[in-house]
Design a protein around this ligand. Structure first.
Ligand code: XLS
Ligand code: NI
Ligand code: NI
Length: 435
């Protein structure tokens, strides 16, 4: 029986680029083959439960603007109604995946035992709903940033009892993710960082965080969870400084604690921008170290400087992102999670659907543009040409030699390099042919 929340809105269809129907896909055509694979299997879209169903429209200056039949979100009947509506939306969008935090799907109980019981209850309910749905779980995660117990961190809290509560919470969320056959498990540490170094033992906190993550990996193997463990970088917000600052920092952290073969990264567009990078920089860097796991697709407002988590709507940006995803071989367990929320004035159920339709369409356009660039091979050819010198035996031998021998060769051969154009504008013009 339908909840009626989306009354009047039916399954979104692909109608092609000429369609003027605001609730139709113009580019996302799940069965269309792109580089030998169905578009749906390339993009692996996921709906984020927290933004779409749990967030009530508040901002730092004002509270709830939305009015949903599942508010207040403080009992199990409301949690079940929320799940009913969520699965109705997954069906309308034909969404292959969804993602959740424990706190999105069950009401907070204020203690571990009751949180655990409610999580088990709601994930049983969700498991039943998944039987009648095509939508799978891309990843689960623990919200260890909203409740006041986490204010000084979770794994990095100065109080070992909070570390214990965090370990128990992550265990319960990994169990729930495993039960729902999740493809990944994510850790994002919004409070794993500090407000001031004056009260922070940074070295111990990093060691505790490394040990915590090692326990997560051990537990994954213990329960036979085959999903990928992912860490999500973000430089700050809510903490002034977060330890998982960006991809480079996370790679160094994972290597230091010996977790580089067990953990990959979930990279978010807006977080890349907050860290002063481009999204494609973060993706390319992770891919170069074989650590590109999954993406959180959204965008930030470039003026506000906040993590505004808006739906993506910039084709060139998205195309370059998927270019790097495709060059890395595409997603395996990962996918495209819309870690994106409505604006707080977007009150209607239709807004929620339109936001996802637009986001999915932009991603599909970006994917097609990226695939066309790969098929054309222009960027590869330009790279090949730019680095061609490294293919010579002399260059390869140099990498095995030493400074003295190299210096001798420079003298002997009179090596005096002639600078060559980087051709940036030509390459930018090239990309613009595809987007
Ligand atoms: C917040 C993060 C969060 C993670 C999951 O900025 O992006 O939504 O994706 O905890
Ligand atoms: Ni995210
Ligand atoms: Ni975010």
């Amino acid at each position: 029986m339908s909840t009626g929340f989306f009354d009047g809105i039916s399954r979104i269809a692909y109608e092609g680029p000429e369609s003027t129907n605001p609730l139709a896909f113009r580019h996302y055509n799940p069965d269309e083959i792109v580089l030998g694979k169905r578009m749906e299997d390339h993009l692996r879209f996921a709906v984020a439960y927290w933004h779409s169903f749990a967030w009530e429209g508040g901002d730092p200056f004002g509270g709830q603007t939305f009015q949903r039949p599942w508010y207040p979100q403080d009992d199990m009947a409301q949690a079940r109604l929320k799940a009913d509506v969520a699965f109705e939306m997954f069906d309308i969008l034909n969404a292959p995946f969804f993602c959740w935090h424990d706190a999105d799907i069950r009401p907070e109980q204020g203690n571990y035992a009751d949180n655990l019981a409610r999580l088990e209850e709601i994930t049983d309910y969700i498991a039943e709903k998944m039987i009648g749905s095509k939508t799978r779980l891309l990843w689960g995660t623990a919200n260890m940033f909203s409740h006041r117990r986490w204010m000084s961190g979770a794994a990095t809290n100065p109080d070992p009892d909070v570390f214990a509560f965090a370990a128990a919470t992550v265990k319960s969320c990994m169990d729930a993710t495993h039960k729902l056959d999740g493809a990944n498990y994510v850790l994002w540490g919004g409070r794993e960082g500090y407000e001031t170094l004056l009260n922070t033992d940074l070295g111990s906190e990093l060691d505790h965080m490394g040990r915590f993550l090692a326990m997560v990996v051990d537990y994954k193997h213990k329960i036979g969870f085959e999903g990928q463990i992912l860490v999500e970088p973000k430089p700050q917000e809510p903490s002034k400084h977060q330890y998982d600052f960006d991809v480079a920092t996370c790679i160094g952290f994972l290597r230091k604690y010996g977790l580089e073969n067990e953990v990959k990264l979930n990279i978010e567009q807006g977080h890349a921008i907050l860290a002063g990078h481009s999204f494609e920089h973060e993706l390319a860097l992770a891919a170069s170290q074989d650590m590109l796991g999954s993406i959180d697709m959204n965008r930030n407002d470039y003026q506000s400087g906040w993590d505004t988590d808006q739906f993506p709507n910039n084709t060139p940006e998205v195309a370059l992102a998927y270019y790097h995803v495709l060059k890395a071989g595409g997603f395996t367990t990962g996918g495209t999670n819309f870690d994106a929320k409505l604006r707080r004035q977007s009150l209607d159920p239709e807004d929620l659907i339109a936001a996802h339709v637009g986001g999915m369409d932009i991603c599909a356009r970006g994917l097609k543009a990226a695939a066309a660039m790969i098929e054309d091979g222009g960027l590869d050819a330009a790279l090949g040409e730019r680095y061609a010198g490294w293919q010579t035996p002399a260059a390869q031998q140099m990498l095995q030699s030493d400074l003295g021998a190299i210096a001798e060769r420079v003298l002997r051969e009179g090596i005096n390099p002639a600078p060559r154009s980087g051709r940036q504008e030509i390459l930018e013009n090239y990309v613009n042919r595809f987007v």
